[in-house]
Design a protein around this ligand. Structure first.
Ligand code: WTA
Length: 673
């Protein structure tokens, strides 16, 4: 059995959980409560059913062809239509909502006041910025521009200013290094970089401008010249970075903007299938892939998902605690909520600054009623302050989890403690490539099941295939490769400048006829392993390459970690493969503890016992290491690769981009010395 066909033979040990029903209060006000919606979006009604998505937008010119498959598998949606994304997020709301908050900006420093930016104010700032980008930076429709911006209002303002002109933005997560930003500048062919002097993380002002210099240099080494670096200042009028400006190349936005005061730029009317943005994502091998998202398809998709899955009404206060530097932030902080005239929260810093009560104080102050975050953040908040939510007077109607499978144990804490047992939860499974959600319950229609993402959303038809392309029957407990049978408007159009890699990575495996222009011949391979359940829900086990093979038994890393989390004292768990002469591979388990608990041999033994009780002896870890903290990326993902290098006595490599690089050496000493 090769690694390639791992998923099909994956043994699943993780028990299915019982249902939780959406609270009647929620259902009473939900945007969708009608179960017949699934019939309306059945495959027989494909692709016409997606007209409903397009109709959430304002079109300058209505489209004539809903789906053009002639260049399969590069799908074109709403062909013939013309629109502007910035118009749809701003101008069209002004009559009804000009005086309503569009963005609540929460600076990390608690003593700095929260800014409430109205739709009118956002409209004005976007227009002036667009005027500057056009007339000062010389940008026009179709040009790419790289943004390396942190979580302040200037990020959505810049994105919408680009969208107004038809300029393709490529935002690089601010936590990424200058070198990573430079690689993306080069790949996208950007001549302009837009960045910020500094921003706050954990109470410290970081020097962010430094990275711009590194990025420009890295891009230049690869042959891409950056002509202008535009710098927003965290405090207008005051430069907060120790890194000097480069004469003739670097310009502070707040010094240039007064020249464009009051300027209104007519939104450029663009074909629906033109590109709105690029978002780079890493694969397991090779360079990052520039996922290319369209204007019409993408915007209609995130609007529909925001309305019916996030259940956003204009009067809601919606807080997605992701970073706009990831797809979640693009779709569900900026484009989806603003297209619906919602009030969206932008929070600058780390959730636990200055203490783990912070998110709940923000929720209390702004009366946030829709909350959206990741299992990593939920585990982190539970670890740092499991009782904190009880101290604050806030009430969510709706909560989202996204980004990785959530352990049922953690789900229950989210439900009972954060949601106070009165909020609905959606576990939304999707990817950078997919633009918006693929699988999730519809919050006013289906019951929730901890650990399961739910069924395909209306219009999304998942199928789970083995390596020969046979469908894995529901309810047998076997896993396979999850695919989507049909195209959908939010799907990326291709990998920027690399159609071949696009076809190979996402479609080649199950396409029987590469010449076909029939969408039925092109199931989309997501690259995740999943189990189809009896009730039509799917349980996502993680990336196909996240499989640990112990003596011929394939175990999901998540299953082992979830078992470890059953131990009361354990806050976080990460499992890695260790090479063993006898068994081939054995799992090593790293755990960190909730506050108030001390590491001991006894506790390590208890974790080991629990894992083998839950999953069988086969999954018993070689070692259980109780560590102070896990090595984490700036977006909070645990770096299992680094732990694996330590367990296998390999070189760890560059750790400087981690959120907590010092922990690596500590763990290495603990394991190896
Ligand atoms: C994983 C993030 C389980 C999955 C939106 C996917 C999930 C990858 C879930 C995409 C979920 C995302 N349950 N796993 N609810 N959501 N994933 O591109 O492995 O950063 O392929 O997009 O995250 O990560 P990306």
């Amino acid at each position: 059995m090769t690694e390639k066909n791992a998923a099909a033979y994956y043994d699943v040990h993780w028990q299915e959980e019982g249902y939780y029903y959406p609270p009647p209060d929620f259902v009473g006000q939900a945007n969708c409560t009608d179960p017949s919606i699934y019939q309306r979006f059945s495959l027989e009604n494909f692709p016409e059913c997606f007209r409903e998505f397009a109709d959430l937008l304002h079109w300058d010119q209505y489209w004539h062809t809903i789906l053009d498959t002639s260049d399969a598998p590069c799908w074109k949606w709403f062909v013939g239509g013309r629109l502007n994304a910035s118009y749809n997020c701003l101008d069209r709301h002004l009559d009804a909502y000009k005086n309503k908050t569009a963005i609540h900006f929460v600076p990390e420093l608690e003593e700095e006041p929260i800014l409430h930016i109205t739709y009118q104010e956002l409209y004005r700032r976007v227009n002036e910025t667009a005027a500057l980008l056009r007339d000062f930076a010389g940008l026009k429709a179709g040009d790419r521009v790289t943004l390396h911006l942190p979580m302040t209002p200037e990020l959505p303002i810049t994105m919408l200013a680009c969208a107004r002109l038809g300029v393709i933005h490529s935002e690089v997560f601010a936590g990424f290094s200058g070198k990573a930003c430079g690689d993306r500048i080069q790949d996208s062919g950007s001549e302009v970089l837009i960045t910020m002097d500094g921003y706050y993380r954990s109470g410290k002002m970081l020097d962010h401008k430094e990275k711009a210099d590194e990025a420009v240099e890295a891009a230049a080494r690869q042959g891409q010249e950056v002509k202008k670096v535009l710098i927003w200042r965290r405090y207008p009028g005051r430069y907060s970075s120790p890194t000097p400006l480069v004469e003739g190349r670097d310009f502070c936005m707040d010094e240039q903007l007064p020249a464009y005061r009051g300027r209104i730029i007519a939104p450029v009317s663009l074909p629906a299938e033109d590109i709105l943005f690029l978002m780079y994502t890493s694969g397991s091998t090779g360079s990052p892939k520039g996922c290319q998202h369209s204007i019409g398809g993408y915007l209609s998709y995130v609007s529909w998902m925001s309305k019916y899955v996030q259940d956003i009404h204009p009067e809601d206060v919606y807080w997605c605690m992701a970073d706009i530097g990831w797809i979640t932030g693009h779709s569900f902080i900026v484009y989806g909520p603003l297209a619906l005239a919602a009030s969206t929260v932008v929070y600058e810093g780390v959730p636990t600054y200055p203490d783990p009560g912070r998110p709940w104080r923000v929720a209390e102050e702004l009366d946030v009623n829709i909350f959206h975050t990741s299992p990593t953040a939920i585990r982190g908040l539970r670890k740092a302050g499991g009782d904190e939510p009880k101290k604050y007077n806030f009430k969510f109607k709706h909560m989202t989890t996204v980004g990785e499978p959530i352990e049922p144990e953690v789900w229950r804490w989210y439900y009972h403690v954060v949601g106070k047992a009165g909020a609905v939860i959606v576990d939304t499974w999707w990817q950078t490539e997919t633009g918006g959600f693929l699988c999730s319950t519809l919050p006013g229609v289906n019951p929730m099941k901890p650990g399961s993402a739910g069924p395909g959303l209306p219009g999304i038809h998942p199928v789970i295939l083995d390596d020969e392309g046979r469908e894995i029957p529901a309810g047998e407990g076997r896993a396979g490769n999850i695919c989507i049978k049909n195209p959908w408007p939010g799907a990326f159009q291709t990998i920027w400048k690399n159609r071949e890699r696009y076809v190979k990575t996402y479609y080649e495996k199950y396409c029987k006829d590469p010449k076909s222009t029939d969408w039925r011949d092109w199931p989309y391979l997501a690259g995740d392993a999943a189990v189809p359940e009896e009730d039509g829900y799917v349980r996502i086990l993680g990336r196909i390459d996240d499989v640990i093979n112990v003596a011929g038994h394939r175990l999901g890393t998540k299953e082992i970690e979830s078992a470890a989390l059953r131990v009361e004292e354990v806050a976080e768990a990460a499992v890695v493969s260790v090479h063993d002469e006898v068994k081939g591979i054995i799992p090593d388990l790293y755990v960190s503890l909730k506050p108030g608990h001390d590491p001991s041999e006894e506790l390590a033994g208890k974790v080991s016992e629990t894992v083998s009780d839950v999953l069988g002896k086969i999954a018993r870890p070689g070692h259980v290491y109780i560590v102070d903290d896990m090595p984490k990326t700036r977006s909070g993902k645990i770096m299992r690769r680094i732990l694996a290098s330590i367990s296998n006595y390999n070189t760890v490599g560059d750790v400087t981009t981690l959120a907590n690089p010092h922990i690596v050496e500590e763990i290495r000493k603990q394991v190896q010395d």
